[in-house]
Design a protein around this ligand. Structure first.
Ligand SMILES: Cc1cc2nc3c(=O)[nH]c(=O)nc-3n(C[C@H](O)[C@H](O)[C@H](O)COP(=O)(O)OP(=O)(O)OC[C@H]3O[C@@H](n4cnc5c(N)ncnc54)[C@H](O)[C@@H]3O)c2cc1C
Length: 371
């Protein structure tokens, strides 16, 4: 069986890796579009703190969280141990214990449901969060949970690609168009070259809608720009810092190796495919972030990244085979949580493509449900 995967973000890279593992002949096509979400993604893996409390999302995200360490181990066994996935804990901060009560209740609810992955939950009094993240305002209280992880989306993606290549997957550079004959999708065209296939997986992120519309298949997925700032501090040991999620606004920060702290992010639903960093976007992130962590005021701005999140209209992934086409699997719509979901969604897409029973029931994510 030959499968073409379009898009080498975290979802497509994972699909290609798993297909290669299944012994399938795989071609992975990517055009390195500026605005690839995986490159810009912050890397928080902690669905219990996310704003999406939809039970369908939470069930999928829990399975994804459980799969991460297994996949990281598999990649390490394949020689890819630098994927930068770590269980480092998370810290929700707010001005007083009262504002943090709903967070404690939510986490306790998940623990009562038997979700041990939330980890140990403990409340921290005023000033205590700063002992764990030294740049924070001393007037903040907090709730710490040990079950939050962080990942470098880009390192994980590259690890998947390297392992896929070693297992036989081939990478092609260029922009793919789908080739359709009647109801069946039977390959892609890249410039003048056609690559025939028994099935095509569209994991093209925010660009997936355009690809499908070109063959008259509707798919509602819109780009949402996110701007994120990478800071460098003098201290070396930033990679062990917990993920910081404030309770009063939408902004967050997290540490990585090499003295790097990431502060994010804007959410710009009307951005279209405009991938530029803007003055107001960067100002927004810095203003909000520095209110929580004034200790970062003198940090160096190392880099500004911009990514286009692939947003579905109901905030849930678009995963599966559209009824009106054969030989086509869609794996996108991962929105704000694609670094959490992407590796697992790639596995599910690969399983659906080769006719294996998927590890999770994904029928509620059918890509044509919204039409
Ligand atoms: C600022 C920001 C912060 C985020 N933070 C988090 C977070 O903390 N936690 C979390 O879980 N998620 C987070 N996300 C979301 C996450 O990054 C995305 O949902 C995820 O990366 C989407 O991955 P993807 O593989 O679907 O798409 P992408 O990474 O965008 O990859 C799509 C790829 O397809 C290629 N492509 C498109 N069209 C074609 C074509 N026709 N032919 C060939 N190639 C094509 C593109 O070049 C691109 O490489 C964040 C996103 C942003 C922008």
């Amino acid at each position: 069986m030959r499968v073409v995967v379009v898009g080498a973000g975290i979802a497509g890279a994972s699909a290609a890796f798993h297909l290669a593992e299944f012994g399938v002949e795989v071609y992975l096509v990517d055009d390195q579009a500026p605005g690839r979400a995986t490159l810009a993604g912050a890397g928080i893996v902690c669905p219990w703190l996310s704003q999406n409390q939809d039970s369908r999302y939470q069930t999928l995200a829990l399975a994804a969280v459980r799969y991460y360490p297994e996949l990281a181990k598999k990649l390490a066994a394949a020689g890819e141990s630098e994927v930068d996935y770590e269980l480092i804990g998370g810290l929700v901060v707010g001005p007083s214990a009262k504002e943090l009560d709903p967070v404690v209740h939510r986490l306790q609810k998940y623990l009562a449901m038997g979700i041990r992955e939330v980890g140990e939950v403990r409340s921290l009094g005023l000033g205590q969060p700063r002992e764990l993240f030294p740049y924070l305002d001393p007037g903040l209280a907090g709730v710490h949970l040990s079950g939050a992880a962080r990942v470098s989306g880009e390192r994980f993606r590259v690890g998947l690609l390297n392992a896929a290549r070693r297992a036989g997957a081939r990478q092609l550079a260029g922009t793919a168009a789908l080739v359709r004959s009647g109801a069946s999708v039977n390959g892609v065209r890249i410039a003048e070259k056609c690559v025939g296939a028994d099935a095509v997986i569209v994991a093209a992120g925010a660009w997936s809608g355009e690809l499908l519309r070109a063959i008259d298949l509707p798919l509602v997925v819109e780009p949402q720009r996110g701007q994120i700032v990478h800071l460098k501090v003098a201290e070396a040991n930033t990679e062990a810092l917990p993920v910081i999620v404030p309770v009063l606004n939408d902004y967050y920060m997290l540490g990585f190796r090499n003295s790097r702290i990431i502060m994010g992010a804007t959410r710009e639903p009307d951005s279209g495919f405009d991938f530029r960093p803007t003055a107001s976007g960067v100002a927004e992130v810095l203003n909000e972030g520095l209110k929580i962590a004034p200790g970062l005021k003198s940090a160096t701005i190392e880099e500004i990244r911009v990514g286009l999140r692939p947003m579905s209209s109901d905030g849930l992934p678009l995963l599966g085979m559209p009824i009106s086409a054969t030989g086509l699997v869609v794996a996108t719509g991962l929105g704000r949580y694609g670094l959490t979901l992407g590796p697992y969604v790639g596995l599910l897409a690969a399983q659906l493509t080769v006719g294996k029973t998927p590890s999770s029931d994904c029928s509620c994510f059918r890509p044509d449900r919204q039409i």
